[in-house]
Design a protein around this ligand. Structure first.
Ligand code: SAJ
Length: 447
């Protein structure tokens, strides 16, 4: 069976399935198409399926033209019909793994994908889970569902975990040129899954088990969460010492070895960093172990929106204004610069906290004209000189590069700058308060 599937991968006659056509799945579809495979994309959203089949892309990093070309050539078909998975020789699962309200893993998407694939699975199939999850998921949730169909893993079917490493909006690193870690249930599973990805990704990194591969991903993103938490705490330390945190970090970053630059901010957003470490923390709790670094980093990072609002309150107070009744313009609501994704964005917390204190808050984000709050859609405002003058305070949350910060300095009266974007401005009427400039006023402090 292994030789058969390896042969189909080698001669590109294998039909590849991708379950979940989001920011991970759709780029992966395109890489398999460009490698010469026919790809069946399965998604439960008929809206997504219809959009893709009409030659349009809903993913920022995948151009419409790529989708249209693949669909027109018959190399890619999107479907919401589960039975189409029966045609696949290999299937990659790239569905969301969110957290529940109690910050526990929500495996519903993975389980329904695994059940769908199990129902359609047949001998000779390779199934790879890509969704970020706790160590043990592949062996405990995916493997038994396939075995329940009478399939022997490592003989009839080949099962592996391979973490996604998609960085939305990254112009340098994409699915093809980012090394792909692969951990299989058996050595033959590793061999088959590595051959699958080696067909369309430059570098494949085999590891000895799915647990190792699952943990690789969690280490990568916990590493970021913990270091962001550290540098956010350093910002608070600098605030109490009256030291410019950006000066300290930029100087530390001159160390050519043994240091990696992270920057403080209003908190962490996105679908990875705020969530992934909690998958590991949850798993370790079931083993009666407390992952203190993860918990502490999460505590500091999730406190940053409160810290920012305290800064706003302090800065307004310095000009005898209360937050209540103040007009505040938030610049940037996306969770990081130059993208349009607001998931878990700290901006949402900052806006909520300011409004709870009675402020009138508007936002401007060149990438996000509007976003959905619980029950209504919140629309942004255009960035105008009038709007800048209207605001009692401008709060920079996302450091989009397309915003003219000199214009902000020239027309605003007060800027609370959580991303150090005002450092590049000169003069202007605005007073700037940074993340770590307690009471120290600077008009466009340069670092
Ligand atoms: N952030 C900081 N300070 C930093 C870095 C990030 O406050 O020094 C904030 C960002 O503003 C954002 C959040 O943390 O709100 C997450 O930022 P991120 O740069 O980690 O961006 P993500 O969430 O898009 O992370 C993705 C991840 N990719 C995958 O999981 C495959 C992550 O592993 C990548 O390292 C990251 O992109 C990247 O390097 O850009």
């Amino acid at each position: 069976m292994k030789a058969a599937v390896l042969g189909k991968i080698h001669d590109r006659s294998a039909v590849i399935g991708v379950v979940g056509l989001g920011y991970v799945g759709l780029p992966l579809v395109m890489e398999f198409v460009h490698a010469g495979f026919r790809v069946i994309g399965y998604d439960v959203s008929q809206r997504v399926v219809d959009l893709l089949m009409s030659g349009q892309s809903h993913i920022q990093d995948v151009p419409n033209a790529d989708v249209l070309a693949a669909v027109s050539a018959g190399s890619f078909v999107a479907t919401a019909v589960e039975a189409r998975l029966k045609e696949c020789d290999a299937v990659s699962i790239a569905v969301p793994t969110p957290l529940s309200k109690t910050r526990d893993p929500d495996m519903a998407f993975v389980l329904s994908a695994a059940d769908a694939i199990a129902r359609q699975a047949r001998p000779g199939m390779c199934v790879v889970l890509e969704s970020t999850t706790y160590p043990g998921t592949t062996r405990e949730l995916l493997q038994p569902r396939l075995e329940a169909q009478g399939l022997v893993v490592g003989k009839d079917v080949f099962v592996a975990f391979s973490p996604e490493r998609v960085d939305p909006g990254n112009a340098v690193y994409n699915t093809r040129n980012t090394p792909k870690v692969v951990g299989g249930i058996t050595p033959d599973c590793v061999e088959v899954a590595c051959a699958l990805y080696a067909s369309c990704i430059d570098t494949v990194v085999p590891v000895s088990s799915p647990e190792a591969a699952e943990l690789v991903k969690l280490l990568e993103n916990t590493f970021r969460a913990v270091n962001i938490g550290l540098v956010n705490e350093i910002a608070i330390v600098c605030d109490k010492l009256g030291v410019d945190v950006w000066e300290v970090i930029n100087a530390a970053a001159t160390k050519p070895f043994g240091f990696m630059k992270f920057t403080p901010g209003p908190g962490i957003g996105g679908h990875c960093i705020p969530l992934d470490p909690h998958y590991l923390a949850w798993k370790m709790r079931t083993l009666n172990y407390k992952t203190r670094f993860i918990d502490l980093a999460s505590e500091i990072n999730s406190h940053m929106p409160d810290y920012v609002v305290e800064k706003v309150s302090y800065a307004l107070n310095e000009v005898r204004k209360a937050v209540r009744g103040s007009r505040i313009l938030v610049l940037g609501v996306a969770y990081k610069r130059d993208i349009n994704d607001v998931r878990e964005s700290p901006a949402l917390d900052v806006i909520r906290l300011l409004e709870e204190r009675g402020a009138h808050v508007e936002f401007h984000d060149p990438f996000v004209p509007e976003f959905r709050e619980e029950v209504h859609v919140r629309k942004g405002v255009e960035l105008s000189d009038e709007m800048l003058r209207w605001a009692d305070a401008i709060v920079v949350i996302t450091d989009h590069q397309s915003i003219d910060y000199q214009r902000v300095a020239d027309h605003a009266t007060l800027v609370v700058d959580t991303r150090n974007v005002m450092a590049g401005t000169t003069g202007g009427r605005a007073r700037v308060v940074g993340l770590a400039t307690k009471g120290r006023w600077s008009t466009g402090a340069k670092t």
